[in-house]
Design a protein around this ligand. Sequence first.
Ligand code: ZN
Length: 113
Amino acid sequence: MSAGFRCPTCRTPWRGATVCPRCGSDLAAVMRVAHRAWELRETARVALGAADRVAEALGPAQAACRLHATPRGERLLALALLATGRTAPARALIARAIARDPDADGSAADTAT
Ligand SMILES: [Zn+2]
């Protein structure tokens, strides 16, 4: 849940505390939103893992990204889009992820041996 999360006031990386150790901001409300996004991603993951419930993954995956976009959440959304036949938006999402992090396409693993 903490991937990429930073204090909205001072931008210090989140360290699991409800109060920012650097500026003292109360992070409880932001943490609740991030936690809800995590719950939605879990719902999407479970649906994607059940062959007869794949279509139920898309809504939670989209809602999670609206609440708290993370690289893994965007990959989950791309998978949900692909699983429901929405290839164009999935392709656009994947292209944006690769543009942001060129190693995210898995090609680095091919040369790591
Ligand atoms: Zn702070």
